[in-house]
Design a protein around this ligand. Structure first.
Ligand code: F6P
Length: 327
């Protein structure tokens, strides 16, 4: 039987995502509900290595459910990639009597947590928090819905000005090496073409598609480009296309980090609240080295290997639909 857990610590790590605060709140309040002590670790693995750890109570997480970012702050830590760094972190956790960890973050966070678990055998669980929605083992990650809505809002605004000037716009969105944000914001924003790493077209194919639009009297076009593709970034693609379309007034907008900010949508708040509760209940029930996920409405706990082997696949239906509707 696994040892009883009494002192849990929660932290956020990697790129922040809207809804992380709602997840922190859920982890803190669920721990208190089950009479556990709960600690917050500041600045992710960096704070763990430096011992930047504080006990939290139900009021410490009041008025944060609607706030973007993370009250615990976040960081990407090189030192935690080393055995020595993880040992320092473990020493600080032990000094505080912490006997379980809940991490909120993406694949880098889960990789660090997995290595920590293998070396120190402390129960650990990961809540998927990243705008990229690139983790298999859950239908949605916390922050993806908000980020995609932010992109759609921006695309709508760019459409107004594109139409007024008969321009061709390339809009670059985040996702690291995943096209999730791009494909669904492209469908929702009515893009003329969507370029994603999972289904890359050539410049020739893109030009042929845009040509067809011109032939069918499209006066402006929006192309959504996911970062991280082999064709290059939006600026490079726009340059190539402009060589073949010199008569088209081409513009580029890179949405960048504004996609990570803002108040989380209702969907991300509810997702984060559920996952926070399930993470604490899971770890109390002896689940460790797993990621909480929700698939088809069912709570699942997937182990590190099954979650980290590949990216969350883009739904084939989304690809098919985008091609039919972008003529
Ligand atoms: O993983 C989230 C993400 O926003 C990616 O979409 C993007 O590639 C990356 O983080 C940017 O990282 P940073 O904020 O460190 O520049």
């Amino acid at each position: 039987m696994s040892k009883e857990i009494n002192n849990i610590a929660v932290f956020t790590s990697g790129g922040d995502a809207p809804g992380m605060n709602a997840a922190i709140r859920a982890v803190v309040r669920t721990s208190i509900y089950y009479n556990k002590k709960i600690y917050g670790i500041y600045r992710g693995y960096e704070g763990m290595i430096e011992g930047d750890i504080e006990e939290l109570d139900a009021r410490s997480v009041g008025n944060i459910i609607q706030r973007g970012g993370t009250i615990l702050k976040s960081a990407r830590s090189d030192e935690f990639r080393t055995k020595e760094g993880r040992q320092k972190a473990c020493d600080h956790l032990k000094k505080k009597g912490i006997d379980a960890l809940v991490a909120i973050g993406g694949d880098g966070t889960f990789t660090g947590l997995h290595n920590f678990y293998l070396e120190h055998k402390m129960p650990v669980i990961c809540i998927p928090g990243t705008i990229d929605n690139d983790l298999p083992g859950t239908d949605f990650t916390i922050g993806y819905d908000t980020a995609t809505n932010t992109v759609v809002d921006a695309v709508d605004k760019i459409r107004d000005t594109a139409l007024s000037h008969n321009r061709l716009f390339f809009i670059e969105v985040m996702g690291r090496d995943s096209g999730y944000i791009a494909i669904n914001s492209g469908i929702a924003g009515g893009a003329a073409a969507i370029i994603i790493p999972e289904d890359e077209m050539t410049i020739d194919q893109l030009v042929a598609k845009l040509d067809k639009g011109v032939e069918s009297k499209k006066s402006s076009s929006l192309v959504v480009v996911a970062e991280g593709g082999k064709l290059g970034n939006a600026l490079q693609i726009a340059e190539e296309v402009h060589k073949r379309f010199p008569y088209y007034d081409t513009k580029v907008t890179i949405l960048g980090h504004l996609q990570r900010g803002g108040s989380p949508t209702y969907f991300d708040r509810v997702l984060a609240s559920k996952m926070g509760v399930y993470a604490v209940e899971g770890i109390m029930a002896g689940k460790t080295d797993v990621m909480v996920g929700i698939q088809n409405g069912i709570t699942v706990y997937n182990d590190f290997e099954s979650t980290m082997v590949k990216n969350h696949e883009i739904e084939p239906e989304a690809l098919r639909i985008s091609k039919i509707l972008s003529i």
